[in-house]
Design a protein around this ligand. Structure first.
Ligand SMILES: NC(=O)c1ccc[n+]([C@@H]2O[C@H](COP(=O)([O-])OP(=O)(O)OC[C@H]3O[C@@H](n4cnc5c(N)ncnc54)[C@H](OP(=O)(O)O)[C@@H]3O)[C@@H](O)[C@H]2O)c1
Length: 483
């Protein structure tokens, strides 16, 4: 029998809660996957009743929820689990009321969907006010700090009140079906597993491109930049999953240990190598889907017309171990790119000799797409069906289209998987302390080298794939970005 549980969401009226957390919880309700007596406490600053909170929540989440799964019956059942509590998270005295509401002995899951600057106050106040009982878990959203020192500070504070096996650091990419499938693909298929190293792979590309601009997030983003916003977390996690050795079991500890080894083996980009290995970009004005869009420094919320914060980065990374010796990992991520796209492309080496007189020696590519259209595609070479051309070669795709092959009509959102795992106490898709700190160590060195070498930010047109220098980064090695 499942334990009674309380889920306490700090920041229940924020953007993340409306777009991701509550829709995911509703979907789990619809699927009958929430524990029967799970209570949801929604905490935020506004003065309102539970009735007003759920009445306001309904029109926000209904359009986000899959239409075929929205029913009044399930909504009512979901709303009945919710209780709203007004709180200022910075005021320790207000935690007493929360402690009283959770008086019964239950497993407590505290979800911090708040600005990270509040993590410290919230943990301390929870600890001092008697809100933490037994098996209390905490879920932290990114970013954990803005550099190694601040990350350690957050980790230390949280560790004063929660043991590491009760801390769930979210990188929602890990909750995506395709990312989990990457692990299965690698470790459950012999023919892939045995060809996953420098003897067969020429190079690897990871692209995380967003089509949106910074817009109203400008004041926050301008202090952060793309390395801290996307590389430190999502890109590093994808890199680790692609590059890590097989863990001895699919446990949180096994997976985390292997990921940490990769982060430690990542070659530091320093003053001597930064110009050759990393490109910074910032979007200028351009076009998106036929509409003109402003540049970063022309956004309404821009308050520093001379800002050189990067909105794009391209990196050539190397992993110092036997498996990946000599295999570059080209990483790129940016805002206001040509399209929203996240994919990993494994580019195999060409065969040593082409015995077919027609056609080039075309190397295989394995494309693992996280968005849009999650799926995996192996680009193969096969014979063109033709009487005229006896041995003409064509590139064709073997497709693992998740929707088509699973018989499902929707792929669950990452947050659905992650909520289920927190409830089940399974940390395998969450980020461990050492991982997040090692990742900051590497990113800090890159940012430091940019500053000491005064590396210029290169402009690119909104709606493009980044500055020309990012093309050159890969083209000077005789390769090109996968389009
Ligand atoms: N939005 C996303 O897509 C996204 C994606 C990844 C990670 N994250 C992370 O998730 C967290 C939340 O992001 P968000 O976009 O949802 O932020 P947000 O829209 O600013 O929401 C923050 C929430 O926290 C509440 N809050 C702030 N200070 C408070 C205080 N002192 N006392 C009580 N409530 C307080 C806000 O209440 P008010 O409504 O009263 O201001 C609001 O409900 C951040 O750490 C962010 O980095 C967000």
């Amino acid at each position: 029998m499942s334990q009674p549980m309380d889920l306490i969401i700090f920041g229940a009226k924020g953007d993340l809660s409306a777009r991701k957390l509550f829709p995911a919880l509703y979907h789990l309700e619809y699927c009958g996957l929430l524990p029967k007596d799970l209570r949801i406490f929604a905490l935020a600053r506004a003065e309102q009743t539970t009735e007003d909170f759920v009445a306001e929540l309904k029109p926000k989440i209904a359009p986000v929820v899959d239409a075929t799964r929205w029913t009044e019956k399930h909504w009512r059942a979901f709303a009945a689990r919710c209780a709203y509590l007004r709180m200022d998270f910075g005021d320790e005295d207000q935690y007493q009321a929360l402690a009283e509401r959770m008086a019964e002995s239950r497993t407590r899951i505290f979800y911090l969907a708040t600005p990270p600057s509040l993590f410290d106050d919230i943990c301390t106040s929870l600890g001092r006010s008697g809100c933490l009982e037994g098996d209390s878990r905490i879920v932290l959203e990114k970013p954990i700090g803005h550099d190694l020192d601040s990350c350690r500070q957050v980790n230390d504070t949280v560790a004063s009140y929660f043991s590491e096996d009760n801390i769930y650091r979210i990188d929602h990419y890990l909750g995506k079906e395709t990312v989990q499938n990457l692990l299965v693909l690698r470790f459950a298929n012999r023919f892939i597993n045995t060809q996953w190293d420098q003897s067969c792979i020429d190079h690897i590309q990871i692209t995380v491109a967003e089509a949106v601009g910074i817009e109203s997030r400008w004041p926050y983003y301008n202090k952060v930049g793309q390395v801290r916003d996307m590389v430190q977390n999502h890109l590093m996690q994808l890199l680790c999953l692609v590059a890590m050795e097989p863990p001895n079991a699919m446990t949180a500890e096994g997976i985390r240990d292997e990921k940490v080894k990769i982060l430690r083996a990542l070659r530091t980009i320093d003053d001597a190598t930064v110009a050759e290995h990393a490109v910074r970009g910032q979007y200028g004005a351009g076009w998106y889907h036929g509409e003109p869009v402003p540049g970063y420094l022309e956004e309404d919320a821009c308050s520093d017309a001379a800002s050189d914060t990067e909105t794009f980065v391209a990196i050539k990374a190397h992993i110092n171990n036997w498996r990946w010796a000599g295999v570059p990992f080209y990483l790129r991520t940016g805002k206001r790119m040509a399209e929203k796209l996240t994919e990993i492309v494994i580019c195999y080496k060409s065969l040593p000799h082409n015995i077919f007189s027609s056609g080039d020696n075309i190397p295989n590519r394995l494309v693992i797409r996280l968005q849009p259209n999650e799926g995996i595609e192996m680009q193969m070479v096969s014979k063109l069906h033709s009487l005229k051309d006896k041995m003409a070669l064509v590139r064709q795709n073997l497709n693992l289209d998740f929707l088509g092959s699973s018989g499902l009509d929707r792929i669950p959102d990452a947050y659905e998987r992650l909520f289920l795992d927190v409830i089940a106490g399974d940390q395998s898709l969450f980020v461990g302390r050492e991982e997040v700190e090692e990742s900051w160590r590497w990113c800090d060195a890159l940012i430091r080298a940019w500053h000491t070498q005064a590396v210029e930010v290169k402009s690119y047109h909104a709606g493009s794939w980044g500055p020309t220098k990012a093309e050159l980064l890969i083209e000077k090695d005789g390769r090109s970005w996968h389009e």
